[in-house]
Write a protein that binds this ligand. Structure first.
Ligand code: GDP
Ligand code: GDP
Length: 439
């Protein structure tokens, strides 16, 4: 399960600079979950082979006014509670600020592991800049520069080491069609996730069920459907109460992101009776970014008139256009209708995600595609695309070799992707087309 690293600190110390460096994104993928997490940013990072989820707690302003500590606690409580480790960021150029002490006291009380990082220390002597901050009593301060990258890798390595996550979970890297596939059902609150999960698990035999020990343990519920084993990855703190599962925490961004990272196929649930929201789009964006196979389930289809149904279809096609690689199914979780088709597509999406794409066939498709439409000339020359090989799976990556490849346009890459998808029948998985620009 992907560990969660949360960045806390007063405004302007460089939290979002660090966040952007770690997640390599200009904009956070999942930001501003209305009502719950305003100003909080979530992204996926990777250091070497080790993936993690990064949270930027955003701007709280613990200025010296009464009630500020309480407000701060409220704002950051959930983020901190869901974290495996906190990076407490301070400003090495300005030195210690009174607010830093307030934040340090607050963080210490949470009992979470904390690493103190002193930012903006590029070109400064480590011993000098960190001296100030020893008095916070949070161990040896770690000098970094978020803007330049100095020390950042060491910081995250230390953070992950301290969690005992030295190696990636080999499970995460295995794409073995003989293993039960892992499914995550994700979506915003009240779309019907628990209802669907209970329908899936309730109707079929539950093979085993592990209660969670700590927040780090993912809950995985094995179940069977049509004699085929699957594993459900929890998104919302499922607990068994009597015969049914219910979500204790009604919704958690972090758990949603962890489940997406940890599964083979995502079922994204939408509510046919509601408009597509920003939050739906944010979750969808994260699924694409993570490269996960996907099937979209439009729930609460029961009792809708044809006008509403048509409107729902149009809305999805327009607002979630970037999910056009995935199939969309109307379902009713309550009635259990549409689930057969849904699961046919879940199986197909996984098969597509781990499809083997042999070099000769890829190259043949490439040649035919070029014959049909050449890449545009750039300056004096024209990119020469010579052959293609598979660079990875889940999602499928096609690497193209040749010369002057940096001149290949995005629209030409999309054209090629379309050709590969069509011939290999790759529905339900994102795909990446990479130009081997080594030469
Ligand atoms: P946040 O409010 O904590 O999210 O801080 P920001 O990431 O927005 O950064 C605040 C300011 O500090 C910006 O002007 C950044 O360019 C600057 N900054 C961030 N990291 C560094 C750094 O490592 N060195 C220097 N010199 N400036 C930095
Ligand atoms: P979650 O927050 O995503 O887990 O959503 P729940 O499963 O708790 O469902 C939220 C509400 O939607 C509940 O009142 C359900 O009874 C209702 N609901 C769930 N599935 C359906 C469905 O297929 N049709 C209709 N009409 N209502 C549904």
């Amino acid at each position: 399960m992907n560990p969660v690293i949360t960045i806390v600190g007063r405004p302007n110390v460089g939290k979002s600079t660090l966040f952007n460096r770690l997640t390599r994104s200009r904009d956070a993928l999942v930001a501003d979950f209305s009502g719950l997490t305003r100003d909080r940013h979530y992204g996926k990072g990777r250091i070497g082979e080790r993936p993690f989820i990064c949270v930027d707690t955003g701007g709280f302003e613990p200025v010296a006014k009464t009630g500020i500590v309480a407000e701060m606690a409220k704002q950051t409580k959930q983020a901190v509670a869901e974290s495996d480790i906190i990076i407490f960021l301070v400003d090495g150029r300005l030195g210690m600020a009174p607010q830093d002490r307030v934040i340090a006291d607050f963080l210490r009380k949470t009992g979470r592991p904390i690493i103190l990082a002193v930012n903006k220390t590029e070109g400064m002597q480590a011993g000098v800049v960190t001296a100030d901050f020893h008095e916070l009593g949070l161990g040896e301060p770690f000098p970094i520069s978020s803007a330049h990258g100095d020390g950042v890798r060491g910081l995250i390595d230390d953070a992950l080491d301290s969690l005992g996550i030295a190696e990636p979970d080999p499970e995460d890297l295995v794409n073995d069609p003989n293993r039960p596939m892992k499914i995550a059902v994700v979506g915003r609150p009240n779309v019907g996730k628990s209802t669907l999960i209970n329908k899936l698990i309730g109707e079929e035999r539950v093979i085993a069920f592990d209660m969670p020990g700590t927040t780090r343990d993912a809950i995985e519920v094995p179940f069977e459907r049509n004699g085929k084993p699957y594993i459900l990855v929890d998104t919302a703190g499922l607990r068994r109460r009597g015969k049914v599962f219910e979500a204790i925490e009604k919704f958690s961004v972090v758990k949603t992101l962890q489940a997406i990272a940890d599964c083979n196929v995502v079922i994204l649930m939408l509510d046919a009776q509601q408009d597509i929201s920003e939050q739906d789009a944010h979750i969808a964006g994260f699924i694409v970014e993570a490269g996960r196979a996907l099937v979209v389930a439009v729930n609460k289809w029961d009792g809708l008139d044809s006008y509403v149904k048509e409107r729902a279809r149009l809305e999805i096609a327009q607002k979630l256009r970037f999910l056009d690689f995935a199939n969309v199914h109307p379902i009713s979780a309550i009635k259990g209708t549409g689930l057969k088709e849904l699961f046919q597509d879940v199986d197909a999406a996984y098969a597509a995600a781990i499809a083997k794409l042999p070099t000769p066939k890829l190259t043949r498709i490439l040649e035919e595609a070029i014959e049909h439409q050449q890449p545009k000339r750039v300056g004096m020359g024209r990119p020469k695309l010579r052959y293609a090989h598979q660079g990875g799976m889940n999602p499928p990556i096609v690497v193209i070799h040749g010369t002057a490849l940096s001149g290949v346009t995005d629209s030409y890459k999309r054209y090629l992707e379309g050709r590969f998808r069509e011939v290999f029948k790759l529905r339900g998985t994102p795909m990446r087309i990479q130009m081997n620009t080594a030469k």
